[in-house]
Design a protein around this ligand. Structure first.
Ligand SMILES: [Zn+2]
Length: 73
């Protein structure tokens, strides 16, 4: 499964989550749901990948592991 995703920060929990790109282009959508099921109102999503990445999103997307020792066993 390799849906296109984008890393954006949620001001809701101050973590960078992987959001499915398809959701962002849906104009009517009020709430975005990240891969880890974190959801936040669109206005709280910050257009930046700067910050601490959500560990669950990283594992779900299976890429960009910040530290090999943090891999799930
Ligand atoms: Zn997440």
């Amino acid at each position: 499964m390799s849906l296109p995703i984008i890393w954006w920060r949620s001001a809701y929990d101050d973590q960078v989550h992987a959001f499915p790109l398809g959701q962002i282009t849906e104009v009517d959508r009020r709430t975005l749901s990240a891969r880890c099921t974190h959801s936040a109102p669109k206005e709280l999503i910050v257009d930046t990948a700067e910050g601490m990445k959500c560990m669950r999103c990283i594992l779900l997307v299976g890429a960009e592991l910040p530290d090999p020792y943090q891999r799930a066993s």
